[in-house]
Design a binder for this molecule. Structure first.
Ligand code: GLP
Length: 258
């Protein structure tokens, strides 16, 4: 696990955007795994800027989103489909047929989940996966207690997650109780992983994910098992790390390291 600590979230997002751009320049037909929530918004803004000013090309890129609320149609403004169009897809040259998101309105979720996993394999697997983290340490909607080998499936949302995400809805009662989400096992198969976290309210989840045991109680801790996972944190999200100074020292020395 590589832990990078920045003065603020904008710097963390700029660094993440540079890593994504490097990936796309090296492999223009990359497969990206994408996340929703507030954490990746500044990264998406930066990618849009790079598309406009540097010609960063998405024409051959395929994307797979992590999750979607059950019961929300694609056109629902609170759906993750709508979120992705609003924050990224409508502003870059991605081909509509290369965009994959889990369906929140399937007639057969079990079949859909298997189909979704198969599309990831057929696309060649995810080259780079973007993640946020929930206050309870969840990645995608893999709530505490999720199997670390889990695949795409339906999860019941924890009350804390529904409360945290209520800000996007009129009231907490409107937040769906279920979501369809890639599993921890699905996420771990991505070749490279970037996790963005900002703010004090993520500090405890980050401490447990980085310095705690690998446990289903904090599914981000499974990233400790991944060979190429980078955490991009602002100072507040990194505040509770006992290894904070060590990580900062590595970051400073890294360009010169043998
Ligand atoms: C939701 C999403 C996660 C996201 C989390 C954190 O639960 N399913 O993918 O990481 O929210 O959201 P935020 O970045 O808004 O704090």
């Amino acid at each position: 696990m590589r832990v990078l600590i920045f003065d603020n979230h904008q710097e963390a997002s700029d660094a993440a955007a540079n890593i994504v751009a490097e990936q796309l320049n090296a492999k223009p037909d990359s497969v990206l795994g994408l996340a929703t929530g507030s954490s990746p918004v500044a990264l998406y803004e930066r990618l849009i800027e790079k598309h406009r000013s540097e010609g960063l090309d998405f024409s051959l890129v395929t994307t797979f989103n992590l999750d979607e609320y059950i019961g929300l149609s694609k056109s629902d403004p609170q759906s993750y489909h709508a979120f992705m169009h609003q924050h990224l897809f409508d502003y870059i040259n991605i081909a509509e047929q290369n965009i994959y998101l889990p369906s929140g309105t399937s007639e057969n979720y079990r079949a859909f989940c298997q189909w979704y996993e198969k599309q990831i394999v057929l696309a060649g697997g995810i080259d780079l996966q973007v993640l946020g983290i929930g206050t309870d340490g969840h990645i995608a909607f893999n709530e505490p207690g999720s199997s670390l080998g889990s695949r795409t499936r339906i999860k019941t949302l924890a009350e804390q997650t529904r409360k945290d995400n209520a800000r996007y809805f009129d009231s907490v009662d409107d937040v769906p109780h279920y979501a369809i989400t890639m599993g921890v096992g699905t996420i771990l198969e991505a070749r490279k992983i970037l996790l963005l976290a900002k703010g004090k309210k993520k500090a405890a989840a980050i401490r447990e994910a980085v310095e705690g045991p690998v446990t289903a109680m904090n599914t981000a801790s499974a990233l400790q098992l991944h060979p190429d996972a980078t955490l991009l944190l602002d100072r507040k999200a990194a505040e509770e790390l006992s290894l904070k100074d060590y990580f900062l020292e590595i970051q400073k020395k890294e360009p010169k390291a043998p």
